[in-house]
Design a binder for this molecule. Structure first.
Ligand code: ATP
Ligand code: MG
Length: 276
């Protein structure tokens, strides 16, 4: 059995198991290994998204628990597209997206989790992190922004922080959108050739692409050291957007089904017709 197959033992095929070393080349970037019928996948996705809309209404109405979705990927990995497609139709009042960019001066004057903690979802909400505290052991490591002894400690800090959130009623799902280097090239070329996408391309994208081979072990460390019972990572094959959308929605819907949020009981015993 390949390493990626070993990892597939617990329910979802993309969910990693704590304590098992991750080698990204063992994981396909194409969903075809799991499902090759795009039409069927798109139909299932639409049904599941409808269910997500219903489940989110209940989570919001119940107002007790929280769901945190963490999205990480190489550049052009599809974080924005995932948010646009998967959450299309979900009541915006119950969802908060936070995109973590280069830290501001005031953010840098605090510990690395300070800005993250302020963005975690409150009761009844789904919080989506477009990039996250993982940048502090990814870009920060690859670009030598802080010394190694500083970022090395952060894996433990992150696990403890996520444990704290989990113990405080937050369900955490972390998705690594796994694309190939060739797919990234195609997407960058698209960005460069289409006027309405060109603005998205930056110098940083070029620098990071040159450092692709440094990001791979950095991601492998993240996926190996920060996969926990309380905050699992999923490696989502993301070269095909239709597969990525389906796989992520499936995990979210299954998680919310298990959480089974309930509409609260009515606050007063009034029925239609009782009004003056
Ligand atoms: P897109 O895919 O649309 O380009 P993006 O997430 O790459 O979106 P950008 O504004 O292009 O957004 O880039 C944000 C940049 O901020 C990324 O290069 C990211 O690595 C960087 N960044 C995020 N967090 C940190 C951090 N803690 N330290 C340093 N850089 C960070
Ligand atoms: Mg970018």
């Amino acid at each position: 059995m390949s390493k990626s197959n070993e990892q597939k033992s617990n329910g979802d095929p993309h969910r990693l198991q704590p304590g098992r070393p991750v080698t990204l080349s063992d994981f396909s970037t194409r969903g075809r290994d799991f499902c090759d019928d795009q039409d069927a996948a798109e139909a299932e996705f639409v049904d599941l998204r409808q269910e997500l809309i219903e489940l989110q209404r209940r989570l919001y109405a119940e107002g007790k628990r929280k769901l945190l979705i963490v999205l990480q990927a190489m550049d052009a990995g599809g974080k924005d597209g995932t948010i646009r497609h998967v959450f299309c139709g979900v009541n915006p009042q119950g969802v908060r997206v936070t995109s973590f960019k280069q830290p501001s001066e005031i953010e840098l004057a605090h510990d690395f989790l300070w800005r993250i903690h302020q963005a975690v979802p409150q009761a009844g909400m789904i919080g989506i992190f477009n990039r996250s505290h993982y940048e502090d052991v990814l870009v920060v490591r690859v670009e030598n922004i802080v010394p190694e002894d500083v970022w090395q400690q952060r894996f433990e800090h992150i696990n403890n922080f996520e444990r704290h959130l989990s113990d405080s009623g937050t369900t955490i799902l972390k998705f690594f959108l796994h694309i190939s280097k060739d797919e990234q090239e195609e997407r960058f070329n698209d960005r460069l050739s289409e006027p309405d996408k060109r603005w998205k391309f930056s110098e940083q994208d070029l620098v990071k692409r040159r450092h692709w081979d440094l990001y791979v072990p950095a991601y492998e460390d993240v996926l190996t050291r920060c996969t926990t019972r309380w905050a699992p990572w999923f490696i989502i094959p993301a070269d095909q957007k239709w597969y990525r959308n389906l796989a992520i929605t499936r995990v979210m819907v299954e998680t919310l089904r298990t959480m089974n949020p309930q509409f609260p009981s009515p606050q007063i015993d009034t029925m239609p017709g009782d009004l003056d």
